[in-house]
Design a binder for this molecule. Structure first.
Ligand code: GTP
Length: 597
């Protein structure tokens, strides 16, 4: 297809504003998918995605669309992942397009995620087509939200389209407008090939399927291609387009979007953002914007049943094939046994991986408190990267830095005070504030990532009665006054409970953990102190009182058989015990203490 006949676009929308429904409707309107074979939400493939109604992996689909009296165009719709953890993938999907449909629920208005993605689209110089969705809803307020959007992107409220993905109203007009308004792709057809990878997915039967947008030149089947970031070369076994089932083709030229199959088995060999070129006539310069995925949040993952360790290892190896951002290494804990230290893009990524491990591999897992990556500079100038509290150096510390994020919060203006208070307790710095309308405000904060990791979103929701929305992206590091708090049982550190926290919160963490363990650990024959300490300095203490006398004391009447039974019961209980120094702790106590309240 000549570039003049191609339009590449994506849809940016907040979760639940109806992106998948609209995408499905477009597939139907363009005749790509017939109504009767229409599976609900064609583009979201993973089960977890469908169940939770979120889109994790992006994909592209090609649709023909005829404009009255102007022949047929090819529309490539590139789906974008819908969550903050995947901002980088979103940015690559946007970079593969000339335009974006800005989709806003006509009963809800703009949300933080939409706004963040809109800014990304504007940075990529995309043409924006503003659209209100769900106009069939009785609660829709199209006038009000059209004005809000118009104010935001600087257009006329009349230019904001009104559609319903559900009834199909306005969808053909939207397809027309995409053709009319979006620029055709521009590229040099005679230059050496350059194609940008915007997604890559592992498929059990076909190996890695790589989705690309061709910028310059062309790619054809059977030629050898080079991944410019690694210089690795592969034979192009198949090249094709999704419509939405894969259809092999004779090649892809300037502006076209399609998939490549080379037989590689690991998405790490085909990374999002990388440039594909041809080995015979390679491009000299890669396309801009490539970044290696960088894990931001780390947590220990342990099988509750220690004999499941090999299953966990194999399961991680399998998931890794389809997840370029997942990193892990073996780790041992005195309290939890054998497990892995795993790095994730963020909390949703962590949740998804854990849920897949539990569901698809039938594992019961416990995870330690998530932490971010710190850089610790010692007095002697040595620098240590800490992704695990156990790596926190003991020497004299000159400086510690922690990652921060740039957060965007949208909420009704009545909640400004509540939000400021929350962000203050989370060590946030207000960067700016704008009114989208008299009732709605956008607040921009710099916040430590570590503070977001701990239930920030829940706290925000509860303080704003569910009305606030949040989006954030990594924004470098800042210096912070952090300490490592250890939890000790009778003087021995319980490794799984060590945490790196801000100095002002160390005491609260110590008291909370010591209190929890006191409740959960059964009494021993001797008194056991539970302490929280920073280095050698104890900051909190609880005591588990001795038990033995008490147990027997209960059988006052001197019934010897009952006494024996009790003692035997005690013994049985010891089987699943872990030893921490001389203290016996049932593993359940550790698990309960680590579980979220
Ligand atoms: P994520 O995949 O989570 O980002 O959600 P999404 O934006 O793809 O939303 P989805 O298409 O799953 O729609 C969310 C909800 O809104 C579903 O319950 C849809 O049935 C409903 N919905 C979508 N479009 C319309 C519409 O035009 N009108 C009405 N009344 N409901 C709609």
């Amino acid at each position: 297809t000549p570039p003049e006949r191609i339009r590449n676009f994506c849809i940016i929308a907040h979760i639940d504003h109806g992106k998948s429904t609209l995408a499905d409707r477009m597939l139907q309107e363009t005749g790509v998918v017939e109504q009767r074979q229409m599976r609900a939400q064609y583009l979201d493939r993973m089960d977890i995605e469908r169940e939770r109604g979120i889109t994790i992996k992006s994909q592209a689909v090609r649709m023909p669309w005829a404009l009255d009296g102007d022949g047929t165009y090819v529309l490539n719709m590139i789906d974008t992942p819908g969550h903050v953890d995947f901002t980088y993938e979103v940015s690559r999907s946007l970079a593969a397009c000339e335009g974006a449909v800005l989709l806003v629920d006509a009963a809800q208005g703009i949300e933080a995620q939409t706004l963040a993605n809109l800014y990304l689209a504007m940075e990529n110089d995309l043409t924006i087509i503003p659209v209100l969705n769900k106009i069939d809803l009785p609660s829709a307020q199209p006038e009000k939200y059209a004005a809000e959007i118009a104010g935001l992107i600087g257009c006329d409220p009349e230019d904001v389209m009104r559609v319903s993905g559900k009834t199909g109203e306005g969808v053909p007009e939207l397809l027309d407008r995409i053709v009319e308004l979006l620029p055709a792709p521009v590229g040099d057809a005679d230059a050496p090939a350059r194609a940008m990878i915007f997604d890559s997915v592992y498929d059990t039967y076909r190996g890695v399927v790589t989705y690309v947008r061709v910028i310059d030149g062309s790619l054809s089947p059977r030629e050898r291609i080079t991944m410019m970031s690694t210089r690795a070369t592969h034979e192009l076994l198949e090249i094709g387009v999704s419509s939405p089932e894969p259809v092999p083709c004779k090649g892809l030229g300037v502006g076209e979007v399609g998939y490549l199959i080379t037989g590689v088995k690991d998405v790490r060999q085909s990374k999002v953002g990388d440039t594909v070129t041809s080995q015979a006539r390679p491009a000299t310069q890669a396309l801009g914007g490539y970044k290696d995925p960088k894990p931001m949040v780390f947590s220990g993952l342990y099988p509750i049943d220690g004999s499941d360790y090999p299953i966990l290892r194999d399961a991680l190896d399998k998931l890794k094939l389809n997840d370029a951002a997942l990193v892990y290494e073996p780790e041992t804990s005195a309290a939890l046994g054998f497990g892995f230290r795993v790095g994730f893009l963020g909390m949703l990524h962590l949740e998804i991986v854990r849920e897949r491990l539990e569901r698809e591999f039938n594992l019961d897992l416990i995870s330690t408190l998530p932490n971010v990556e710190y850089e610790v500079t010692l007095d002697d100038g040595k620098v240590v990267d800490v992704t695990n509290p156990s790596e926190f150096p003991a020497g004299k510390i000159a400086k510690i830095t922690e990652p921060v994020v740039r957060a965007t919060i949208l909420a009704p203006s009545e909640f400004i005070g509540a939000i400021m208070e929350l962000c203050q307790t989370r060590r946030g710095t207000l960067r700016g504030m704008d009114y989208l309308s008299p009732e709605r405000v956008e607040m921009r904060y710099t916040l430590p990532l570590a503070e977001i990791v701990f239930d920030f979103f829940d706290a925000l929701k509860s303080r704003t009665r569910g009305y606030a929305s949040l989006d954030y992206e990594p924004d470098g590091v800042q210096e912070a006054d952090l300490v490592k708090v250890d939890i000790l049982l009778q003087g021995d550190t319980v490794d799984a409970f060590s945490a790196i926290v801000h100095k002002d919160k160390a005491y609260a963490y110590g008291v909370q953990m010591a209190g929890k363990l006191k409740e959960l650990i059964p009494r021993q024959q001797f008194e056991v102190p539970v302490q929280a300490a920073i280095g050698a300095r104890v900051i909190a203490r609880e005591t588990i009182r001795a038990i033995r006398k008490d147990v027997l004391a209960k059988c006052y009447g001197g019934d010897i058989s009952r006494k024996r039974k009790l003692l035997e019961k005690q013994k049985e209980g010891k089987k699943r015990m872990k030893m921490v120094g001389s203290v016996e702790v049932p593993q359940e106590a550790f698990i309960a203490a680590l579980s979220q309240d």
